[in-house]
Design a protein around this ligand. Structure first.
Ligand SMILES: Nc1ncnc2c1ncn2[C@@H]1O[C@H](COP(=O)(O)OP(=O)(O)OP(=O)(O)O)[C@@H](O)[C@H]1O
Length: 236
């Protein structure tokens, strides 16, 4: 099966800061790919290039065979995106918002089922501006998934969630991948990566320092140990 996301020799500089220094990796359908790396490593920049939100200086990105920077509405409908700040309209009410979004897709998920799976039914009618951070995050995740996308990009989907909500999110993410979608998520949680990732990409200083299946990367060791070894900072 062809890769759903193919990133080849991607480079991006902000002034004198080299955010991406020749990054290459792929994500496959039916697999959860976790991208890990220290703050400032380039994860968000890399994923934003995949989402078509940022234009790389050089290199190529293909998502479902398309360059996301030039992609049209048909392509965007097949790609689910959950941003760190949520990007939700403040006055919207969660359940109505999800039903509204669902109407825009050819084959949306069952909105009520999705809402109940993420516990959104418990604050379905509360305006987004009054929701807690974790509640907003659940709505943002549901919004990314409601269109039954073929590729999903999730920026730290379970950060700041309570333990029950984290399990709900992990179950849902797993089921989305088991349904055939390629799921790419950024995370700082080794527990999250060890529980749900099939593939691991470790980024440090704008470069990929490890990429492979979880088993290949860890080879019987803990992901945490492998990560620290590969991303150890040089003494200042
Ligand atoms: N719009 C921007 N303008 C200038 N510099 C930027 C911009 N966006 C990112 N950078 C820089 O690029 C580098 C990579 O940032 P990026 O946000 O991709 O890292 P990250 O791995 O996602 O970090 P975190 O784990 O903190 O979210 C950092 O040095 C950051 O300061």
């Amino acid at each position: 099966m062809p890769a759903a996301v193919v990133v080849t020799d991607l480079r991006k500089q902000f002034g004198s800061v080299v955010a991406l220094d020749g990054v290459t990796w792929q994500a496959e359908p039916g697999r959860v790919t976790a991208v890990l790396g220290p703050n400032g490593a380039g994860k968000t920049t890399m994923v934003e290039c995949c989402e078509g939100l940022r234009r790389p200086d050089s290199g190529t990105v293909r998502v479902l065979g398309t360059d996301p920077w030039h992609a049209g509405a048909d392509h965007r409908a097949r790609v689910g995106v959950m941003l760190q700040d949520g990007g939700l309209p403040n006055s919207a009410r969660p359940l109505a918002l999800l039903h509204h979004l669902a109407q825009m897709y050819a084959a949306p998920r069952d909105v009520d089922g999705l809402a109940s799976q993420l516990g959104i039914d418990r604050f379905a009618g509360t305006a987004v501006r009054r929701l807690s951070g974790g509640q907003r995050q659940r709505v943002a995740l549901a919004a990314a998934l409601v269109g039954s996308p073929d590729v999903v990009f999730l920026d730290e989907p379970s950060a700041g969630l309570d333990p029950h909500a984290r399990l709900d999110v992990w179950d849902l993410v797993r089921s989305v991948a088991d349904g055939g979608a390629a799921v790419v998520l950024t995370t700082h949680s080794f527990e999250e990566a060890e529980r749900i990732a099939d593939e691991i990409v470790i980024v440090a200083d704008g470069r990929v320092v490890a990429h492979g299946s979880r088993e290949e990367i860890t080879a019987g060791r803990s992901l945490e140990n492998v990560y620290f070894e590969l991303t150890r900072r040089s003494p200042r």
